[in-house]
Design a binder for this molecule. Structure first.
Ligand code: HEC
Length: 147
């Protein structure tokens, strides 16, 4: 399977291999997709705000307001499972993930696999399969801070 995609995408796969070698991405399909879209994956804040509706059922963007999930106000830079006052799964609090554009992308692309056993995986297993959709949502999340 890998050889087949090498023939079709010899340029992007070698770039993807470099990314994998750096340990940034463990899934070649995601790496290839990201590489092919590298120009397009810049997020659009307005589109992200609209797409955030699918998160808003569980995640308020107001500081300290927790629903089924924790508030995502100021989430970038937060340690996963690090918001005081929200009862996370052990999987989330015991992970050593810090939320950045990259880790948010990986979590939303692979809700079950990136932090195995986290509770969002049971409630929202599909995650956000579309890379552009993820980039837009992340661009919006980055704005949720007073700093
Ligand atoms: C059906 C409810 C639900 C939906 C919809 C949902 N989440 Fe979650 N999310 C959760 C729960 C519950 C947790 C806490 C998981 C745990 O403790 O294991 C969580 C955790 C998170 C975290 C970790 C936060 C932290 O403080 O460490 C991020 C980031 C996140 N969600 C982003 C999103 C985004 C972005 C969307 C929309 C694309 C979304 N979620 C949609 C329920 C949901």
């Amino acid at each position: 399977m890998f050889r087949g995609s090498f023939v079709k995408h010899s340029m992007t796969v070698s770039a993807a291999l470099m990314v994998m070698a750096l340990g940034l991405v463990t899934n070649s399909t995601i790496a290839v997709a990201a590489e092919e879209n590298s120009g397009a994956v810049a997020g659009d804040i307005e589109a992200g705000k609209a797409a955030y509706k699918k998160c808003a059922t569980c995640h308020s963007v107001a500081p300290g307001q927790n629903r089924l999930g924790p508030s995502l106000y100021d989430v970038v830079g937060r340690k996963a499972g690090g918001l005081e006052g929200f009862k996370y799964s052990d999987a989330m609090t015991q992970s050593d993930v810090i939320w950045t554009a990259e880790t948010l992308d990986r979590h939303l692309a692979d809700i079950k696999g990136f932090i195995p056993g986290n509770r969002m995986a049971q409630l929202y297993p599909a995650g956000v399969p579309d890379a552009q959709d993820r980039a837009n949502i992340i661009a919006y999340l980055i704005t949720l801070t007073d700093e």
